[in-house]
Design a binder for this molecule. Structure first.
Ligand code: ATP
Length: 492
């Protein structure tokens, strides 16, 4: 599903008596979130990303603006009617319930308009299908044995996994005890008997329906004599809930932990349960508020890949909030960079990185961060201090100060002093050399640098010491910004 946000604002009212001003948490934000995409709302603390997410969820009321889910305006629709799944930062699992019950909880009171189905015939028919290949069933049960002993519990789990059926159905299949019959003929007779009895039962049930002018179609729905399905508003039945819980538990790979209480799980596992609980109702949108912030660094990387996998497997439009640019860059299809309640830029991570539209975005994305110098544009190019570093310029900015941002990978080591072959270079003093394997990170100084240290990444094979060197600048790694508006200006 597509989400369109139009001119959305949220003002938290202050308190005049206490001298607290109003807070404009979200300021005229417009965003297009495409169907099936994983989108990150990215920005520093307090920039309004969570408030935006809560408004999409219907958990906070906008002061103005509109929110659309496909062709339906949901701006004033109650949260529970939006078809969203929400994962809170602290997971908010119910501590007294086991994992299974936590995941099943959103389904327990869910009422659905469903076509009336004849479950008994469905089960008997499926049983006949499974028994038509009874050797497979017997092998599954035998394969589940440990130390040559068959455990009923283990066998039932194996059967559920193979046929995706409810525990009660799996128990029924086990209870035929086919695996105890050694004679091939006896086994075949037993199976034939079960199938025959099932067919008799199916016929009896169908006859009862026919007396009421109802039929059962090939997918086991109850229809009238004109083949129209009968609709019934009802709660989910136990078997339906069980299938949905197990399906989503399998998706987030938590099926082994269903009997545990949340406190018996690791942070990463709790996170999976929270995602499973949000997904179990098959929402139209999945919303995650800083989903990885409670995890340690290693688990964060693993879990973010998991979120990406789950999102791609389900195809569900997903929006997640993060202040971690690396996290957003690594898994998002699109990023919305926010600052001070406003959208600073929206686009594919790599496009934003390659083409930041303002200084804020240029500084926010990238590790190590972009290096920003104060410079000036002259008739013949860009200068930093008295050094001409590039022949590119912008005619409208001649003799104007600008910010010059250069990505860490944008420096080409020249080493020699400025000479005729290397006119456009910048001299930097090396302070520290850190080897990272194939790359080396240099920490350097320059008087016109804004910030603490210049960090650049160069090839490890270069022979660099603590000294002053010349560096050429890759033009596609250098961005120039207006000093007042901090918007990017074109240079050519
Ligand atoms: P963080 O990453 O720290 O959660 P954020 O980008 O998600 O930050 P929001 O939580 O959306 O930011 O908050 C945006 C601004 O709105 C902040 O200045 C915050 O103090 C303010 N704010 C949020 N909720 C309220 C509230 N209920 N009442 C008043 N101000 C609020």
């Amino acid at each position: 599903m597509e989400i369109v946000i139009k001119n959305l604002s949220k003002i938290f009212k202050g308190d005049e008596k206490k001298g607290i001003d109003d807070t404009i948490a979200v300021n005229n934000v417009s965003i297009n979130i495409k169907n099936n995409e994983l989108v990150g709302l990215l920005g520093p603390s307090g920039c309004g990303k969570s408030t935006t997410l809560y408004m999409i969820a219907g958990l906070k009321e906008p002061s103005s603006g509109e929110i659309w889910f496909d062709n339906e305006e949901v701006t004033n629709l109650a949260s529970e009617k939006r078809g969203i799944g929400f994962v809170f930062q602290n997971y908010a699992l119910y501590p007294h319930m086991n994992v299974y019950k936590n995941i099943a909880f959103p389904l327990t009171n869910l009422k659905i308009d469903a076509y009336k189905k004849e479950y008994k015939i469905e089960m008997l028919t499926k049983e006949n299908e499974i028994l038509s290949n009874y050797e497979e069933l017997v092998n599954i049960i035998k394969d589940s044995s440990l130390n040559n002993k068959i455990s009923k519990e283990r066998a039932i789990v194996f059967i559920i996994d193979k046929y995706i059926i409810s525990p009660s159905f799996a128990k029924r299949l086990f209870n035929h005890k086919l695996f105890t019959i050694s004679s091939k003929e006896e086994l075949k007779n037993k199976v034939d008997n079960i199938i025959n009895e099932n067919n008799i039962k199916i016929k009896e049930i169908k006859d009862k329906y026919l007396k009421r002018n109802l039929k059962i179609d090939d997918s086991f729905y109850i229809t009238n004599l004109n083949d129209e399905k009968i609709i019934q508003r009802r709660k989910l039945v136990y078997d339906e809930i069980d299938l949905m819980v197990r399906e989503v538990a399998r998706l987030v790979q938590i099926e082994e932990q269903l009997d545990k209480k949340p406190k018996e799980l690791s942070g990463g596992q709790q996170q999976r349960v929270a995602i499973a609980r949000a997904l179990v109702k098959k929402p139209r949108v999945l919303l995650l508020d800083e989903p990885l912030s409670n995890l340690d660094a290693r688990l964060r990387i693993k879990t973010r890949e998991e979120i990406k996998r789950i999102q791609k497997e389900t195809g569900i439009t997903t929006v997640f909030v993060t202040h971690d640019q690396e996290e957003a860059m690594s898994i998002c299809d699109e990023i919305v960079v926010m600052n001070n309640g406003k959208v600073m830029q929206e686009g594919k991570p790599i496009e934003i990185y390659k083409n930041p539209s303002n200084l804020f975005v240029a500084k926010f994305l990238g590790t190590p961060p972009i290096n920003v110098f104060k410079g000036i544009i002259k008739e013949d190019g860009i200068y930093v201090d008295n050094e001409k570093i590039s022949s590119l310029k912008n005619e409208n900015y001649i003799n104007k100060e600008v910010y010059v941002g250069i990505r860490p990978e944008g420096f080409i080591f020249v080493s020699s002093k400025k000479d005729e072959d290397n006119l456009d270079t910048i001299s930097l003093r090396v302070k520290e050399i850190t080897l990272n394997g194939k790359d080396t990170t240099l920490t350097l100084e320059h008087d016109s640098f804004i910030g603490e240290n210049i960090k650049i990444v160069v090839d490890s094979d270069l022979n660099i010491n603590i000294d002053t060197y010349q560096f050429k600048i890759k033009t596609n790694k250098m961005f120039v910004f207006d000093i007042d508006s901090e918007e990017r200006i074109e240079i050519k």
